[in-house]
Design a binder for this molecule. Structure first.
Ligand code: RUB
Length: 451
C-alpha cells in the first residue's frame, strides 16, 4: 500500500522547521502522466523512511514536503537533523552522508523526470558540526606582505600539464610568472606524469619560488594539486611538497578536486594538512550545469566546499570567462565569503565559520577582468588565469603585470583605453587578446596604435 501522502505537509511553516531541520529547495518535474503533488509526496517519502512504516505511525524522523508549487516546480523538503550522520569520535558532520540524503536514491526515481537541488539551509548546531576552513585568504595576504583585510586580488596563474613541460620547464615558467605575479597553481590534472616526475618537479618549483622571492623581495605562493584516489598517495605527495618547501612553508598551499575525488579527499586534506586548502571543481558541470535538470547546482557545490573546509573555492567567472555561468552567479561568491548571505531560496548564517575566498579561473585575461570586477563589486579573491597570463604576447611576467594593472584600472574606475596608454603591459594585452579587445573595446586599435 502506498501511503506517501502523509509526507506532504503543506501546512507546516518554514520558520518552525528551520531550527531542527535541514531545509532543501528543489526544482522537480514529474514523469509524463504523473500527478505533481503525488510525485512530491513520493519524493519526500523516498527521501526519508519511504513507505516501510505502518500508516498512522508518524515520526519525528519523517522527511516532509512543506512547499510544493506545480506552476514553478519548486519543492521544499525538511530533513530532521536526527537523520544525519556524525563521526563516532569527532562528532563531525559528513558531506557524503548529507548528499546521500538530499540527492541520493531520489535522483533515480521512475516517477520523476527531473529534480535538481538549488539551495539548502542548515541550522546553527549543524553548521558548527562541519570543519569549515582552517585558514583564509588573509594568510596569503600576510605572506605577500599586505594588510590582512580586503587587500585585493592575488594575481595567480595556472600551468597546464598538457603543455608537457618537464620539471625544469615548469619551474622556469612559474618563475617568470612569479616575477610579476603572486601565485602559481597546478592545473588539476597535474600529478606525477612521466614527463614531470613529482619529486624532481617539486625540488625545481621550490628553488624557482625562493629565487623569485629573493629577487622580487615579496612572498610567492605555490598551490599544489594533490588530488588522488588513495589518501595514502595523497599524503605521500603532500609530504614530499612539505619537505621541498620546508624553508618557506607559508609559500605552499594545496588543492584537491572536491568534485571528482569527492568529500573524502577534501576532508582528508583539511584534517591532515596545514595551511591554505583549495577546492577545484573540474567535472562538476556534468551535474551542476544550468543545462542539466538533475543533480545539484554550482551554488550548492560551493556551499558544501566551504562547509568541508576549503579556504579557496573555484567559483567560475560568472559569464566573463570561458566556462558556463552568468552574472547572476554573484551570490555564489557572496555565500562563501560572508557570515550571513542570501541564496536563491534561503538566507544562511554561518555563525562565525571562517570565510572561503573565490578562485576565479578559466578564460580570464586583463581585458575581461574590469567588467568581471564591476559585476562582483570587489577584488578580494584569487585569480588563476592560465591563457590570460601565459598567452600574453610578452610572456608571463608581462602577463602577470597586465592582470595587476587591470585590477588597478578598475579600482581607479579609469577608462581602460586611457589607462592602457600609461601602462605598457596592459596595453600589450590588447594585442595579445585581439578578438576580446575588438568586442570589449572597439576603437582600441586607433587609440593604442604606435604613432
Ligand atoms: C577552470 C580551469 C581552467 C584553468 C585555466 O576551472 O581549471 O582550465 O583555470 O584556464 P573553473 P585558462 O571553472 O572551475 O575555475 O587557461 O583559460 O585561464
Amino acid at each position: 500500500m502506498d501511503h506517501a501522502d502523509r509526507f506532504l505537509r503543506l501546512s507546516l511553516s518554514e520558520p518552525d522547521l528551520a531550527a531542527s531541520h535541514v531545509l532543501a529547495a528543489y526544482h522537480l518535474t514529474p514523469s509524463e502522466g504523473q500527478d505533481f503533488l503525488t510525485t512530491v509526496a513520493q519524493f519526500a517519502a523516498e527521501s526519508g523512511r519511504g513507505t516501510q512504516v505502518p500508516l498512522g505511525n508518524d515520526s519525528p524522523l519523517d522527511v516532509v514536503a512543506y512547499e510544493a508549487n506545480p506552476a514553478s516546480g519548486l519543492v521544499k523538503l525538511a530533513f530532521p537533523l536526527t537523520l544525519f550522520d556524525f563521526g563516532i569520535e569527532s562528532c563531525k558532520a559528513s558531506v557524503s552522508a548529507f548528499l546521500n540524503l538530499l540527492v541520493g536514491n531520489t535522483q533515480g526515481m521512475g516517477e520523476i523526470a527531473a529534480v535538481k537541488l538549488h539551495d539548502f539551509h542548515l541550522p546553527e548546531g549543524f553548521v558548527k558540526a562541519f570543519d569549515g576552513p582552517a585558514t583564509t585568504i588573509a594568510s596569503h595576504w600576510q605572506h605577500l606582505g599586505r594588510d590582512e583585510t580586503a587587500s585585493g586580488m592575488i594575481v595567480g596563474a595556472i600551468l597546464k600539464p598538457k603543455l608537457g613541460l618537464g620539471p625544469a620547464g615548469l619551474a622556469d615558467a612559474a618563475y617568470r610568472f612569479w616575477l610579476g605575479g603572486d601565485l602559481v597553481e597546478n592545473d588539476q590534472p597535474q600529478g606525477h606524469q612521466s614527463f614531470a616526475p613529482l619529486p624532481e618537479t617539486l625540488t625545481h618549483m621550490a628553488e624557482a619560488l625562493m629565487r623569485a622571492q629573493d629577487e622580487s623581495g615579496s612572498g610567492k605562493i605555490f598551490s599544489m594539486n594533490i588530488t588522488c584516489d588513495d589518501p595514502a598517495e595523497m599524503d605521500m605527495r603532500a609530504e614530499l611538497a612539505l619537505a621541498a618547501f620546508a624553508k618557506t612553508p607559508e609559500s605552499l598551499a594545496f588543492h584537491v578536486d572536491a568534485y571528482l575525488a569527492g568529500p573524502m579527499a577534501l576532508t582528508h586534506a583539511r584534517r591532515t594538512l596545514p595551511g591554505f586548502l583549495s577546492a577545484h571543481r573540474a567535472g562538476h558541470a556534468a551535474i551542476t550545469s544550468q543545462r542539466s535538470n538533475r543533480g545539484y547546482s554550482a551554488f550548492v557545490l560551493m556551499k558544501l566546499n566551504r562547509l568541508m573546509g576549503a579556504s579557496g573555492i573555484h567559483t567560475g567567472t560568472m559569464g566573463f570567462g570561458r566556462m558556463e555561468g552568468d552574472e547572476a552567479d554573484r551570490p555564489i561568491a557572496c555565500m562563501i565569503a560572508q557570515n550571513v548571505a542570501q541564496g536563491p531560496y534561503f538566507e544562511q548564517n554561518w555563525h562565525g565559520m571562517k570565510r572561503s575566498a573565490a578562485i576565479v579561473s578559466g578564460g580570464i585575461n586583463a581585458l575581461r577582468l574590469p567588467s568581471f570586477l564591476q559585476n562582483l563589486g570587489h577584488s578580494n579573491f584569487i585569480l588563476a588565469a592560465g591563457g590570460g597570463a601565459f598567452g600574453h604576447i610578452d610572456g608571463p611576467t608581462a602577463g602577470a603585470l597586465s592582470l595587476r594593472q587591470a585590477e588597478a584600472c578598475w579600482l581607479q574606475r579609469a577608462d581602460p583605453i586611457a589607462f592602457a596608454a600609461e601602462h605598457p603591459e596592459f596595453a600589450r594585452a590588447f594585442l595579445s587578446f585581439e578578438a576580446d579587445a575588438d568586442i570589449i573595446h572597439p576603437g582600441w586599435r586607433a587609440a593604442l596604435s604606435p604613432a
